[in-house]
Design a protein. Structure first.
Length: 332
């Protein structure tokens, strides 16, 4: 490896990817791939922290990989792999569980939110989710973790655990920095623009999927919840409009203020149509390419197998070091 810094990030295969995943995470990854050693994972171990149909999980895992590639992540420049293929993730997660406190894990807002939705069957896996995420990151001596705003708290915890371990023994883990872009870090629901766009939302009009057809995208934006102000503006009182301004600006790189100026004196209808059109054109080639890739399972297999091999080599080294530091007797 060169002296380029290392990036690690991942997405759960828990359904189709949303415009939030794309603008908050993947689009940034694509623009970072030339300047970093990048490792992108499909975190299937994380996905089973809430109940999953095995058949869906298998399909979604391959679909996330297809979407990574279709969005422009070059398998020759990035390590793309499936988390369960590299057992060091589960192994390091156990060690880190022994360095994480119940108190800090209980404060995680994602745990609180998700346990509300799964009341009555909150698993230990859901509770321990952040230590597995810390293991993902720390195995690769990661410098930078590009994620959406909702992952900031998990990342802080990963940093705390890394520092705690380093202080207890000796410098072992690189302490990772978050990379959260200003625009697009939190794409909001189209039906309730005060909460984030999420594929686990019951209302399918609230999110755009990367494989939505143009007609669906247009319909969902036309139905998007706005406000009664009636003037396109970028302010907190207009969260629906603000969200659409962010979406256009993140995709086209046109400054928000210029878009606002273009709409002076016009209503919301035209603005919604433009937002839909921008999204349709951005997602069209990705959807088409992902569809093609999903028909070529052999190619996908080649990518994830070679990705796992490369990832494993790095991960094993870190795990060996960690085992030694905590005092496990080496087998060899
Ligand atoms: P997940 O689907 O929860 O595995 O999220 C994968 C990545 O997408 C993480 O980096 C998230 O922060 C990011 N992400 C998910 N939803 C959104 C959203 N609505 N806006 C921005 N980023 C998001
Ligand atoms: N927890 C992240 C999410 O829900 C997914 C994830 C798992 C991740 N491991 C990671 C993100 C490591 C970045 C780095 O979005």
């Amino acid at each position: 490896m060169t002296e380029k810094k290392t990036i690690f990030s991942g997405i759960q295969p828990s359904g189709g990817l949303t415009l939030g995943n794309y603008l908050g995470a993947i689009k940034n990854w694509v623009s970072l791939q030339e300047s970093y050693n990048s490792i992108y994972c499909i975190v299937d171990l994380h996905a089973i922290t809430v109940p999953k149909e095995p058949k869906d999980l298998r399909h979604n895992t391959l679909e996330v990989l297809a979407n990574y590639i279709a969005s422009g992540l070059d398998p020759d420049k990035n390590i793309l792999f499936i988390q369960s293929h590299v057992s060091a993730h589960a192994e390091l997660a156990w060690i880190l569980d022994c360095f994480a406190y119940i108190g800090e894990l209980s404060r995680m807002t994602q745990f609180k939110d998700k346990s509300k939705k799964n009341e009555g069957n909150i698993t230990a896996g859901l509770f321990n989710y952040p230590t597995l995420m810390a293991a993902d990151i720390l195995l690769y001596n990661t410098d930078l973790v590009p994620v959406g705003e909702d992952q900031r708290q998990h990342l802080e915890l990963s940093r705390d655990i890394a520092q705690r371990f380093n202080n207890r023994f000796s410098p072992t883990f690189a302490v990772p920095e978050p990379y959260i872009s200003k625009v697009g870090a939190k794409v909001m629901s189209l039906q309730d623009p005060t909460s984030k766009m999420s594929k686990s939302d019951d209302n399918e009009n609230s999110y755009i999927l990367l494989n939505d057809k143009p007609d669906d995208i247009m319909r969902k934006f036309k139905r998007a919840v706005t406000d009664s102000i009636g003037v396109v503006g970028y302010q907190d009182e207009q969260p629906g409009i603000k969200n659409m301004l962010d979406i256009i600006s993140k995709i086209t790189e046109e400054p928000v203020q210029r878009i606002v100026d273009r709409y002076s004196g016009k209503g919301y209808a035209d603005f919604k149509v433009e937002t839909a059109e921008v999204v349709i054109e951005e997602l069209r080639p990705i959807r088409e390419e992902a569809e093609k890739l999903m028909k070529d399972k052999e190619y996908l297999q080649k990518i994830y197998q070679s990705g796992a091999e490369k990832a494993e080599e790095i991960a094993r080294k870190t795990l060996r070091k960690v085992y030694k530091k905590v005092g496990f007797v080496p087998r060899y």
